[in-house]
Design a protein around this ligand. Sequence first.
Ligand SMILES: C[S@@+](CC[C@H](N)C(=O)[O-])C[C@H]1O[C@@H](n2cnc3c(N)ncnc32)[C@H](O)[C@@H]1O
Length: 355
Amino acid sequence: MAARISFSTKSGVLRAAAPLIELEARAMAHAARGESLLLASLIEIGSILTAQREKALPEIIQAMEKTKATLSATFGANGLESMALRHFCGTYFSFKQAAEIDVLLDYAHSADPKVRSLLIATTLSTASELVNTVGKHFAQPIRPHDKSGKIKPTLYSLAARDREKPVLMTFIGILEKYIANGSSQFENQVIRSDYAEFLESPEFDADIVYADPPYTRDHYSRFYHVLETLALRDDPEISNNTAHGRTRPSRGVYRTERHQSPFCIRSEAPAAFDQLFRLVASKGVPLVLSYSPYASERNAHPRVMTMEAVTELAKRHFKSVHVESVGNFSHSRLNKTDLNKEISYEAEYLLLCNL
Ligand SMILES: C[S@@+](CC[C@H](N)C(=O)[O-])C[C@H]1O[C@@H](n2cnc3c(N)ncnc32)[C@H](O)[C@@H]1O
């Protein structure tokens, strides 16, 4: 006789997701034997929130409808208990992993405040370990088909690489690492804030400022939006995309009002740097600023400002500005194709700004 599994309110999301989880197990088993149609269709449809129904096989639509109905009956249509599943299943994680992330989030968010941050951080690291995208960050979800519409021959191995990772064991491994590392021996405080708001706030109390602003047009929120949503657990609206005359929810499941940094926008960066220099100088403390020289790599993502322009702005507010290379150094890459680009040395400079 099959064992009966009982689901608590916390784990009810797994019961709701069962039709999709079973279908996915079948899809992976077929794909392992070289028949990837079901797997490709499951990945192509996108998450419950962004589902492109016209591209899906009828059995997938049926399973999704069943899951949605159980979720609604258990938690309400937009219950936070099923947020990760509804937003990110299929697109970034397997259906099972997404439902299990919801369970972890439920435990983390309802835990004693003393351990809540540790459990949320462990859940975020778990999500980073599991994510199934080309570059292992939260952009560029897998495209199961090539341009001619054929299923990519590498689809199964790419999906199996991440989608079969066990959530609980991954979580426990990371939790053990976090506990073993303990907290810093130095006093520290973490503040989440816009740089200018923080520099102007009474909380600012420092003898020196080190700033490491973005230097390309790629907004960080493009690569971390899933982690942000999991951390906030706020069930945000999804932004739309218009392509070929059709508007639909973004394939990457981006939250609306995703943070756009002025440091990543050409027309806004000079004013953002000017404000950074002015506010730090007004506090009477020195500033160390990291920046990367303009297009030091062949094919590199262009820098928003040149080193020279940033240095000139700094000189308006600080008496002495020295530029020093940090030596041989290469930046982490955003995706695999970047591996082909020439590695740049002297990729990072420090501006030492004194009053
Ligand atoms: C080059 S990264 C810094 C990396 C960091 N030094 C580290 O080792 O993890 C740039 C950071 O600036 C943050 N950022 C962008 N615009 C900002 C703003 N207006 N206020 C505060 N932080 C901002 C981005 O979110 C990103 O985390």
